[in-house]
Design a protein around this ligand. Structure first.
Ligand code: CP
Length: 334
């Protein structure tokens, strides 16, 4: 299947997507998601935006469902948007975090998830510092859909989905578009999921940052065809030339076992996404950041607040993407 213009029509109603069903029971990462499934998710997201705009039918779609968020790491956007998405569609929501739950008393991840399933959780949205935690739950649980809200340095598929949805909304089809991702690439699960999704869209990806923060998994000797669309560079001034999208990444100091940068001042000088660098990108290029931002470090305030900035759109689309996923996961369980 190719990225079809059918999916770019400006209006999609909820009725239009009721026949669409995903081929996957869980969302672990985008390597599991076919292009056809991606298009279903994006089309349903568009319909959910219409549902939000009209407001009329939104409460009934997930009536009787229970969505549990299970977060072992901090979050503002992902957790709040899943909760809002679930409530907007009429589901019950249980929020469990490692702090203040029986995880504090030593209860295992597996037992915690089984407890939520026994209570009737239809979906568990999990964020965990260990890569593979969502996969473990998908294998173990019988009735509950698992959505990965970020696992270690592995994947953050819902962030990539909202990023790619936002890019398509702003730029149209992404085939041959140049997406430059700048900063702490090695610790970025967002980047990894974006690479997988953008490869399916036919976009070109350039990863840029200090040599200490670029990943070895992308090295040509690994020979993974899915990464054939990815280049690495340490020179941001060259990378941004003719870019359609420039995405700045947060310096994840909490994950850095060794200091990946000599100093914040040097990092800012050499790799910050600023107005001068953005002037080398395409005239209609957009700027993105998955958040949270280290203000004035990886991105200048001027650029973050500029007309090119799509950061607020990313956050808004995050709610619609998660509404679409909760709805599609429910259809998969029927
Ligand atoms: N982008 C993202 O995952 O943000 P939160 O950590 O606030 O959820």
């Amino acid at each position: 299947m190719i990225e079809s213009s059918k999916h770019d029509e400006s209006l999609v109603s909820f009725n239009d997507v009721q026949g669409d069903v995903l081929s996957i029971p869980h969302l672990i990462d985008l390597d599991d998601v076919s292009l056809e499934d991606l298009m279903i998710i994006f089309r349903t997201t568009k319909a959910m935006k219409e549902v939000m705009r009209s407001g009329a039918e939104k409460r009934a779609i997930l009536t009787g469902d229970c969505v549990a968020t299970l977060f072992y790491e901090s979050s503002t956007r992902t957790r709040a948007s899943f909760e809002l998405a679930a409530k907007r569609l009429g589901a019950h929501v249980i929020n469990v975090s490692s702090l203040g739950s029986s995880v504090d008393k030593g209860e295992s991840l597996s037992d915690t998830a089984s407890t939520l399933e026994s209570m009737g959780a239809d979906v568990i949205v999990i964020r965990h510092s260990h890569s593979g935690a969502p996969y473990l739950l998908a294998k173990k649980l019988q009735r509950t859909s698992i959505i990965n809200a970020g696992d270690g340095q592995h994947a953050h598929p819902t962030q990539a989905l909202l990023d790619i949805y936002t890019m398509r909304e702003k730029l149209g089809q992404l085939k041959s578009k140049k997406v430059v991702i700048v900063g702490d690439v090695i610790h970025s699960r967002v980047t990894r999921s974006n690479i997988l999704g953008l490869a399916k869209m036919g976009a070109q990806v350039v990863l840029c940052g200090p040599p200490t923060l670029l990943p070895s998994y992308i090295a040509p000797q690994f020979g993974k065809s899915v990464f054939a669309n990815v280049e690495l560079t340490t020179n941001v001034d060259e990378a941004v030339v003719d870019a359609d999208v420039v995405m700045a990444l947060r310096l994840q100091t909490e994950r850095q076992k060794i200091n990946g940068v000599t100093s914040i001042r040097e990092y800012t000088k050499l790799w910050q996404v600023n107005a001068e660098r953005m002037s080398k990108a395409n005239h209609n290029a957009i700027v993105m950041h998955p958040g949270p931002m280290n203000g004035s470090v990886e991105i200048s305030k001027e650029v973050a607040c500029s007309e090119a900035s799509s950061i607020d759109d990313q956050v808004g689309n995050g709610v619609a993407i998660r509404m679409a996923l909760l709805y599609l996961m429910r259809k998969n369980r029927e």
